[in-house]
Ligand binder design. Structure first.
Ligand SMILES: [Zn+2]
Ligand SMILES: [Zn+2]
Length: 166
């Protein structure tokens, strides 16, 4: 179903879709809106967001829209090992990602050299290298604080009076 100007036809999301050569449909528009609010979201997260506003949208239509966006170069798909695929609207640069091993939070990391490929191998094995995708793994700032806390608690427990122990 193509939307007329009366519904979503004149929004920024509709303009984005048209700039990528895509027709503006209701599921596509809803997924773009969700992506603009939440970068690095999985299809399921985007579906949950979309379904709140448009309960008639199916998970399959969200997947279809994301596939069309990636094909059209409108959306970038990142695939951190062992995690669901994530989608973002930031395309056309060579940025990388940091993923929290505790909570799964994802942050953009600027390209180390500012231009693709960020990492130049000593031997390209005959390949013409175009891009290098780096995933930095670690703890986000919130999880790093949380990880530091049990140690403090343990110190406090050691200094508690013996009568308080069970
Ligand atoms: Zn975290
Ligand atoms: Zn990103």
């Amino acid at each position: 179903m193509e939307l007329g100007d009366a519904e979503h036809g004149d929004t920024a999301s509709a303009a984005l879709l048209r700039s990528a050569g895509l027709r503006v449909t209701s599921p596509r528009h809803a997924v773009i809106e969700a992506l603009r609010e939440r970068a690095h979201a999985s299809a399921e997260e985007l579906f949950a967001h979309v379904a709140r506003h448009r309960p008639e949208t199916s998970l399959q239509s969200v997947y279809n829209a994301l596939g069309d966006f990636v094909d059209a170069g409108l959306v970038r798909r990142i695939e951190p090992a062992g995690r669901p695929r994530l989608y973002e609207l930031r395309v056309g640069d060579n940025h990388h990602h940091a993923v929290c091993t505790s909570c799964g939070a994802v942050a953009d990391i600027e390209c180390a050299t500012g231009v693709a490929p960020c990492l130049v191998p000593a031997d390209t094995a005959g390949f013409v290298i175009r891009t290098a995708e780096v995933t930095y793994w670690g703890l986000c700032s919130a999880c790093a604080v949380r990880a530091a806390r049990p140690a403090e608690d343990a110190v406090l427990a050691d200094t508690a009076p013996a009568s308080d122990r069970h």
